[in-house]
Write a protein that binds this ligand. Sequence first.
Ligand code: CTP
Ligand code: MG
Length: 229
Amino acid sequence: MKYTVVLPAAGSGKRMKADRNKLLLELSGKPIFIYTLEVFDRDPDCEGMWLAVKEDERELIEKYVEHYGIKKVKGYAAGGAERQDSVRAGLEMARQSEVVLVHDAARPFISPAVIRELVERANESGAAIAGVPVKDTIKKVREGVITETVDRAELWMIQTPQAFRYKLLMEAAQRAQADGFLGTDEAMLVERTGHPVQIVESTYENVKMTTPDDLIYGKAILESRLQEE
Ligand code: CTP
Ligand code: MG
């Protein structure tokens, strides 16, 4: 089943505390976002990628894309102040898509098998997102005191990719825009339309490179993959 993908890459990576956009930081000599693009470039079902980038980083990002021989980037959208704005700009460019994935450029370790499952489920039901069961006990805390222990069996940590029939997501995104609603992921925009969103069990390796310790984990994942080859 064919699909396209929109990759928000226009953040600044404040929590990474680096001197530039964290996506440009290298893991074993290659920028983080290039690993992400390679997964889709190598997937025969991926028909094209659109990247949302900051205007002043566009040239540099294009250079990297060319240097690493990434073939499927169809265009660059102007990133916005919030991730949701960047994604909407990317979606505007991906208009011909049937099924579209939104995937954080900062998640380089996504599994191709999970992508395949997401695309199939989104095609059938309209919306499917990646996640993993919560491992730790989660409690609600108010002013330093526990108010509740939440039943872990029902809790999932949500990742990207998030996959949708294009029309469903676009309409949800436009409705959110009109309502001034800001969500932290695409599923939230679809959830509020009442359309059910399915979850596909992903892998714990599909972490988002967010804080400096994630880079240590990222390097370890790359090393273990090299040993498996
Ligand atoms: N992103 C984007 N446009 C924004 C904000 C974020 O395209 N206005 C992208 C990031 O580049 C990243 C993805 O959305 O690939 C997930 O966001 P996050 O991990 O929060 O990245 P940053 O916003 O860059 O990091 P931070 O929140 O620590 O500043
Ligand atoms: Mg952010």
